[in-house]
Design a protein around this ligand. Sequence first.
Ligand code: PLP
Length: 388
Amino acid sequence: MSYLAKNYNRKKISFKYGKGSYLFSTSGKKYLDFVMGISVNSLGHAHPKLVRTIKNQSKKLWHVSNAFQIPEGEKLAKKLCQKTFADYVMFQNSGAEATEAAIKVARKYFYSIGKPNKNRILCIKNSFHGRTLAAIFASGSKKMTEGFGPKISGFDHFVFGDHKSLKKKINKNTAAIMVETILGEGGIKEIPDWCLKELRKLCNKKKILLILDEVQCGVSRSGDFFAFEKSKVKPDIVPIAKGIGGGFPIGAVLMNKKVAQGMTPGSHGSTFGGNPLAMSVGNTVMDIVSSKKFLRNVKKLSKYFLHKLNDIKNKYPNVIKEIRGRGFLLGIQIHGDQAKFIKKLMDNRLLTIRAAENVVRILPPLNVKKKELDKALKIINKVCSELN
Ligand SMILES: *Cc1c(COP(=O)(O)O)cnc(C)c1O
């Protein structure tokens, strides 16, 4: 009997430890882990530098209140700003908190310039911004909001790719458009660069803000530090989380100077957000994953992997419909039973995870080795041949 609430549909497997790209189950089996806590363990399991960081910092200082200066947080914020569009950073503990804080920043900005009625956020229907009350109503998914009413108002929706309805939904009360640069849970759907550019133009024209949720696709997962970088677009606000902690819970909102003016002392806070232990880990992750050499390697290996996945798709067009995504945020859209495909991969010791639209998500650690990718390709190929 389990005393855990039943809000997850858990597989009957648990793990004793992890090392690099591998997980070792309590029953003694070794799995290639291409879930990585859903895009969280960016450097794999038990990375020596992260272990060292936690060990050293845990002997010094874990937590102090944000009533005091936190040098480790100053350091990480500086690195994030120097690498990106951002001028300021606000630390949280999770993705949902970061997206909610992003919404707060947008609303408070318009309030601070005397336009408090500009407070509505326009989002993609059935996107994913987390599981808090505001975030589920921002996502606008029936499945996630059912039973959790009353509805949190302030969100409007448009259908992915429907530019006409997007333009129509902007009104005088719209404060911001908030979208994931690459929809993760939604099925690894990329917003093309030209669309991001048009979005930016539209936001400028309507004098509203652009929020790009990079909680899943950000922090080098896409092959660039941010997935939007390739488009040269500069958003106003970007929530991040998952990858930046490498497994330690960290969330953050990055923002430009203009919108930051609303965030006056006392306007927002988080007890745990940005504590010294979390920030030390964040600094170590950031130093590794944001280096040019590291990113070059992510790009090179992920391109190779994507190419090989497409080869498998071409070999088994009856099994695989499409290969989606870029960097190490990839999806195999299959024709058949998604759960069965994932189970078969797992029986062959490769862990993957579902996404919407019958997509099997593949999320290797960013420091995955080529021979591990080849091993995964072999397993995927084998499962496809069995299902063909
Ligand atoms: C996972 C995710 C979130 C929510 O993050 P949590 O840490 O689970 O709260 C928000 N936005 C996107 C795009 C995500 O993938």
